[in-house]
Write a protein that binds this ligand. Structure first.
Ligand code: ADP
Length: 359
């Protein structure tokens, strides 16, 4: 099952278990610990008093009391002492031990705060990275649904450089979109490719560059069927029959074909796409299944499709990439830069307040 980033107060998250970033006494404290005890009520403290504390990197479990979850898993993160005192390993252990405990108690969903990223002083971006790495590593062999809860908007930031690059790319795409729209209007109105309105002539008939209808029709068919015209010495496209078959191909069929072509297993693909196994089974068994856009794009990313193939796959689900949508532009940015790590893309989408990829 996938990892989902959500912005919320963890005491409001409905799932089987929430994780508390506790201190080693387990008797309550500030930050998320204080919020969890306050929302759960005194019963939680009474149960915690019987646990005999907890060491950093380990985890203990109690009931959820008045919280909307069955269990609270208490784990003690490392205090930050500069990063050379085993902090990272201890923090990874917090996630791993909490997830193990959750599974041992039959949980299907678990929500984590960013452990150690508050009073314990772990640099937030690093704490976030450790959390994502530790959780995704665990999910390779587990079907848990894990939420990473980001409470405070200031807490979470992707690197300034990446943020700046993406912001610039979004700007460029918006400008290009605007310029394209203008060029298109000019072309339709005046039959010219690009001309500022002020200098456009009042009426110029549009004369197609190629007036031979036969050539135009052949070109349209070629474009529609995506058949590359024959170029001597180049690898020839598959035959027409195959091209026609692919035209009728559904999203599900194209996805399964691409998985085979890439030599991936189904599980490797849906895990890399951060897609729930049950959703993948639905897509697999229903050839006409129409996924959501984030799901379709998540598969394109998992398959590491270049931009044109991404567009083809999206089209099968009835979608297109638009330069009027920040979500689309951000995903396009990563694909164009050859970055196919779904969590890296989701971090950026999250930073720009967009929907995330995956189910
Ligand atoms: P630690 O002592 O492990 O650093 P803190 O509670 O001080 O624990 O902070 C851990 C993280 O939890 C911080 O990123 C903080 O912003 C976040 N946090 C605080 N309150 C909540 C809450 N109610 N829900 C989710 N996260 C929270």
């Amino acid at each position: 099952m996938p990892l989902k980033l959500i912005r919320n107060d963890i005491t409001k998250v409905t799932c089987d278990a929430i994780v508390n970033a506790a201190n080693s006494t387990l008797l309550g404290g500030g930050g998320v610990d204080g919020a969890i005890h306050k929302a759960a009520g005194r019963g939680l403290l009474l149960e915690c008093m019987k646990l005999g504390g907890c060491k950093p990197g380990q985890a203990k479990i109690t009931g959820g009391y008045r919280l909307p979850c069955k269990y609270v898993i208490h784990t003690v993160g490392p205090k930050w002492h500069g990063g050379k005192n085993g902090e990272k390993e201890t923090l990874r252990s917090c996630y791993r031990e909490s997830l193990r405990l959750a599974e041992a108690h039959g949980c299907e969903s678990v929500a984590f705060p960013l452990i150690s990223a508050g009073v314990y002083g772990y640099p937030k971006a690093q704490a976030f990275r450790v959390a994502v790495d530790a959780i995704t590593e665990y999910l390779v062999t587990s079907d848990l649904l894990v939420y990473l809860v980001i409470f405070d908007t200031a807490v979470y930031q992707i690197s300034e450089k990446l943020y700046g690059d993406i912001a610039a790319y979004i700007d460029d795409c918006y400008v290009e979109q605007h310029t394209d729209a203008q060029a298109e209007r000019n072309r339709r109105m005046y039959g010219v490719e690009s001309m500022p309105l002020a200098s456009a002539p009042t009426a110029v008939p549009f004369i197609p560059e190629k007036s031979n209808e036969g050539t135009l029709l052949a070109e349209s068919i070629t474009a529609a069927f995506q058949i590359t015209p024959e170029i001597p010495g180049e690898r020839q496209p598959d035959d027409l029959e195959q091209a026609l078959q692919q035209l009728d191909e559904s999203f599900s069929e194209m996805l399964l074909r691409k998985i085979d072509e890439k030599g991936m297993t189904d599980a490797a693909c849906y895990k890399k796409a951060n897609i729930d196994r049950k959703l993948f089974s639905k897509i697999r068994s229903n050839r006409l299944y129409k996924p959501s856009k984030p799901t379709a794009l998540a598969f394109a990313v998992a398959l590491e499709l270049p931009l044109e193939e991404t567009k083809d796959l999206l089209q099968k689900a009835g979608f297109a990439l638009s330069h009027s949508s920040k979500f689309d532009i951000i995903v396009e940015y990563f694909i164009c830069h050859g970055v196919y790590d779904i969590f890296e893309i989701n971090e950026a989408l999250f930073a720009f307040d967009q929907n995330l990829l995956g189910s």
